[in-house]
Ligand binder design. Structure first.
Ligand code: HAM
Length: 428
């Protein structure tokens, strides 16, 4: 039997209502902050990610799905969206249309990581990117958006972590300090951390090895060595979060795994999803546009993992989305009325009602069982003496009320059902 590739998952119909609910919250909240949706291709030229994310990061070094296509071009399934958004921004000169561009997206991503709960090889992110301003108001705005989306999904066990990595010049100075501190302890570090010492020393903070963390206990912290401008911006972000009642922690060890960050970085962590606890991550990337060949344009953004968020929702039992019910089930009482039932079905479907009937020649009892299973709001009986005398019987499944309707007036049925749907949604 052919199975789905390791690390990928089917999203089955019984899970779709949760996905749609999340997507509609993402749409509503980003739209209320005037972010516009952007969709970019699933694959890009490999060099975009190598240059954008950084050759020495885990993503570029060992996680990308890269292949040579038939024309000999090296292409990569996108492991993240920021580089793609920046590519599209430069390619279409979007910065010339308006000075500030705010984008949001929902898209599958691909990283060849070791699969585990909350970590897949094809996963989905939603996120936002604001290009065109250095204002820390935008850093705070994006943290607020991410937090608001998670809260709207009913999540409670959340921790917002923030840090500042400073501008590249101050970060380079700090890296020297960190290397100096670790120099005589290097031999005690894990193999991975020893590699990072030379290639990407900040990432040693991400090590899960206890003895590495022990060594780092007294290490100098980046937040104490950032430049004045980054410090000032970080203070503003904190002030806004305070005013917006968003609880946060300063985590001086939050270095993030992508090379493009400068100044503020942040993550939101869930206490309910095990080791893969980061629901979202982001930060400022003021040099990325220029680095990818565009006119220097500052940027800031975040992305959130949808599978992880839904796992957190499941573990916190925070979502209670009822399965979508159908509006009408047409029950066929006489076998020879198949084409009449089919035509009635079409008629109501054209009026945008969700309609179903039997295709399997089932008994009336079995059709009723199906109507119940589908949680039909109404059932329409077609056949029997009523039909012979020119009438259809419409049953409201929540009240049990039945009503006879003259066939030429069948249009009234959709009015009855629609008014019922409206009163239902008002009650909610
Ligand atoms: P990231 O931290 O690599 O950042 O990913 C963001 C989120 O995507 C993570 O917090 C996690 O929830 C989810 N995620 C990452 N990898 C996986 C995986 N293998 N399986 C399931 N979920 C995963 C970025 O991608 C940046 N582009 C964020 C950003 C946007 N920074 C600025 N703008």
């Amino acid at each position: 039997m052919i199975k789905a590739i390791t690390g990928t998952k089917d999203i089955l119909p019984n899970e779709i209502s949760d996905w749609k609910h999340l997507e509609s919250i993402v749409n509503t909240i980003f739209t209320s902050f005037n972010y516009k949706e952007i969709r970019t291709p699933i694959f890009e030229e490999t060099s975009l990610f190598a240059r954008g994310i950084g050759e020495e990061t885990d993503i570029v070094g060992k996680e990308m799905y890269t292949f040579i296509d038939r024309s000999g071009t090296s292409v990569t399934l996108k492991p993240e969206m920021t580089a793609s958004v920046v590519r599209a921004f430069i390619e279409h000169s979007l910065g010339k249309l308006q000075p500030l561009n705010k984008f949001f997206y929902i898209s599958p991503m691909f990283r060849q990581e070791r699969p585990q709960a909350g970590r897949q090889r094809q996963f989905h992110q939603f996120g936002g990117e604001a290009l065109g301003s250095t204002s820390p108001l935008l850093d705070a705005e994006l943290i607020i958006i991410a937090y608001q989306i998670l809260i709207s999904l009913g999540l409670k066990d959340l921790t917002v972590k923030i840090n500042s990595l400073g501008i590249p010049a101050s970060r380079e100075n700090y890296k020297k300090l960190l290397r100096d501190y670790l120099k005589d302890k290097k031999h005690k570090l894990s193999e991975d951390s020893r590699k990072r010492y030379d290639m990407n020393v900040l990432r040693i903070f991400d090590s899960k090895v206890e003895s590495d963390q022990e060594i780092l206990k007294d290490a100098p912290l980046i937040i104490d060595h950032i430049d004045e401008e980054s410090k000032r911006d970080f203070e503003i972000v904190k002030e806004i979060l305070d005013k917006s009642n968003i609880p946060y922690e300063i985590d001086p060890k939050l270095v993030r795994g992508l090379d493009y960050y400068s100044k503020t970085t942040f993550e939101i962590i869930s206490g309910k999803v095990g080791s893969q606890s980061a629901l979202c991550g982001g930060g400022r990337y003021d040099l990325l546009v220029e680095q990818l060949g565009g006119t220097a344009t500052p940027g800031v953004g975040f992305a959130a993992g949808i599978e992880r968020i839904l796992l957190a929702c499941e573990n916190e039992k925070s979502l209670n989305i009822p399965a979508e019910n159908i509006d009408l089930y047409v029950v066929k009482l006489d076998e020879n009325l198949s084409s009449e039932v089919f035509d009635l079905g079409l008629k109501f479907r054209k009026e945008n009602l969700a309609v179903e009937f039997d295709y399997l020649n089932r008994s009336v009892k079995a059709q009723m069982r199906e109507a119940n299973k589908l949680k039909a709001r109404f059932v329409l009986f077609v056949g029997g003496d009523e039909y012979k005398s020119g009438k259809l019987n419409l049953k409201n499944m929540s009240t049990g009320d039945q009503q006879l309707i003259q066939i030429p007036d069948a249009g009234i049925i959709s009015e009855i059902i629609n008014s019922h749907i409206h009163s239902d949604s008002k009650e909610k």
